[in-house]
Design a protein around this ligand. Sequence first.
Ligand code: GLY
Length: 346
Amino acid sequence: MYHLSLRGAVSLSDIYIGGGVFQSTAKHVAEKFHPTRIHVVTDANVEPLYLRALCAQFPLTVTYTVIPAGEEHKNLETVAGIYQDLCEAELTRSDLLIALGGGVVGDIAGFAASTYLRGIHICQIPTTLLSQVDSSVGGKCGVDLPQGKNLVGSFYQPELVIIDTDILSTLPERIFCDGMAEVIKYGCIANRDILELISDPAFKDNMERIVYECVRIKRDVVQQDERDTGLRMTLNFGHTIGHAAEKLGNYVDLSHGQAVAIGMCAAAKLNVLLGGTDYTEPITNACRMHQLPTALPYDTEAIYRSLLSDKKRMSDTMNFILVDQLGKADIRKLPLDELHTLVTQL
Ligand code: GLY
């Protein structure tokens, strides 16, 4: 088992990573909090698998909200339902909310915890690879509006994160591969050894170490730039073009991981167009090996139009994340007209 600490502006997060660590959730909760009530937020997919086993660990009554699974439920209406359950359960500021599920559950529960009573303690128990290596750590949480994804949210660190890598073995292959896109991203931006680790045909036997290496990078980045004003933007490698493609497919045609994989391959090509080092082959190969797409499925003009709504866009420039040395990311401010010319050559 690995243990990492993340010192945020207002709290210290303890992150435990390992096979079977889920069974020790109550022990880690008792080391950190003194709740008289615990409320769990989970979804309809995860509930039958892990909710009962989680509740049974605690010597007190645990209440819960089971939300419908899927990004389409990541909205304020779902949050309102959670607030209602928290009021009914009479949770106070000394009590604890636990998010048990993938990225959608983590984002919604984190947002509910950050706003209910102006903030209650939250523990994240991520159950997908994507949420284990990315969204459960670092405190970004929020919901979608009809106008766009993640438009309402907050930075609110979970004080405890329990990452059980044994849970990964029960994931459908498609969901597992989705998370591998973020794993490849960490290899590209910060530690090329990760790319070595995942090129081993038996890499799934080594998920504890692989997830740890990814989370360690995320911890280091978030600790230096919790509010996403500089270094943290490097975590968006592949996400600018990825988000543009995801949006063009109405968030249905491509999963997030598939979109990020396409975005990383496009960013590698874009680096070559800018006269930089050519890493298209190792990045494309890593994506292919993990059953992720590598080619842009949409017209490049449409991709450019779609990326204009990216949160990283300024009035006439965009911060674009490039990798010119495998294992190291650069933030490049590109004028929009130059980006237009580059994107349409992809
Ligand atoms: N998922 C990117 C970040 O947490 O900043």
